[in-house]
Design a protein. Sequence first.
Length: 511
Amino acid sequence: MNDDQKYILAIDQGTTSTRAIVFDHAGQIVASGQREHEQIFPKAGWVEHDAAEIWRNTRSVVGDALVGAEINRHQLAAVGITNQRETAVVWDRTTGEPVYNAIVWQDTRTQKICDELAGDEGAEKYKERVGLPLATYFSGPKVKWILDNVEGAREKAEKGDLLFGNTDSWLVWNMTGGKDGGVHVTDVTNASRTMLMNIDTLDWNEDIAGDMGIPLSMLPEIRSSSEVYGTGRKQGLLIDTPIAGILGDQQAATFGQACFEVGQAKNTYGTGNFMLINTGEELVRSENGLLTTVAYKIGDNKPIYALEGSIAVTGSLVQWVRDNLGLISDAPEIEDLAKKVDDNGGCYIVPAFSGLFAPYWKSDARGAIVGLTRYINKNHIARAALESTAFQSRDVLDAMNADSGVELSELKVDGGMVKNETLMQFQADILGVPVVRPQVIETTALGAAYAAGIAVGFWDGEQDVIDNWAEDKRWEPTMDEATRERYLRLWKKAVERTYDWVDEDVNELYG
Ligand code: ADP
């Protein structure tokens, strides 16, 4: 390879694994490395990661990617980072050691803390200020839990010895020198998921931090998503390389999908689904169960906002069909079953395994399979499982149209499930708009690469992202309006069947 050729390295610190991907100027993947980390489940509802393991894995995968690409660090113009959002790491600035495992976004141990914080004002208490309802999903209550429950943590925090960050901050601090001068920063998109940042001014909210007992000295400096935060430490492979982009994973995918115009949206189909619609410089406060979040901020430019619909269970329902029902041996096989039938036979699955997220937000709902008859077989179940992803996405899209007043003209998709053609066709049918899949479906890492590359002039700006984006496949809706409406009515009826399931008996018998 030509030694003068320059590349961008993206580090994708995800929920199940950490990846490093080298991209070239055309936005194509040159090489990558990937390592999974342990999922730690100490109790029902608790999910933790070992932050030290994540940092070790990051160093390994960076090495693997550079080796795979046969390049040296001088050929890296910059490094960008994207990460699992909301997951909270608290560490000691003098020893560099985490004081507790990272508490993962899916963890629900902070329900009581959230209820107490909400008090009489309810879950919407901070929504006007931070754009989010009080929920276990976000970082702030997780930090409070660590300070309340780890011995000595609160005293240390009050003395200024502890630092908090999502995994972006944890990695950047370590990559830039850790206890020997590491920079403690985050970007606006990650900060917008903590419940601690004013969504309009992009500063920490002292009152909310005060309510949660979180000293401001713990919080990282909030920076844009695309600027040089620091350079690689001298002991590491990335010595002197600029670290120049940070975006939370879903915002990174929005960026990588080139959703730069108001009304452009992407939907990522992974463990869960996350749909974001660009609302431009306007901050739209949802009245339909969506989150207001920062999409990105390039250097000194104004921030660009988004509305987000988060769906908890989509791809993980396919895993459930595989692991808990044993109907299939791997995820793609679900399509083989689903294709054997023309429709779901009247059977609907609502996977409210941990309640319903957007747009319903019902924590006492639980999953249901309805419409069962003697006729239903495993092919119908497989089809209903896939259809539930499409129906849930339609619900979120309706909420987006209602909140933003913009009717979506097409939906860009990415994530592991978009290889499923049967699902993509049904998605287009049930939305009534085309569904479009790009050639590079690693849009999360790609978005972080673009943010970093733009900061150092490797790419000129958003237009380069648009020029590099290429369509792979498009599914046009073929279902007539009347049929679509009938399916949607039945789906809504099925959703209602899941409400109010959890009560004292459920908790006491099965809790
Ligand atoms: P994440 O980034 O959340 O870990 P991915 O984007 O890698 O997830 O997507 C993996 C998810 O997609 C898994 O939950 C898996 O069950 C599902 N999946 C993968 N391939 C298919 C397929 N062909 N059909 C349906 N679901 C699939």
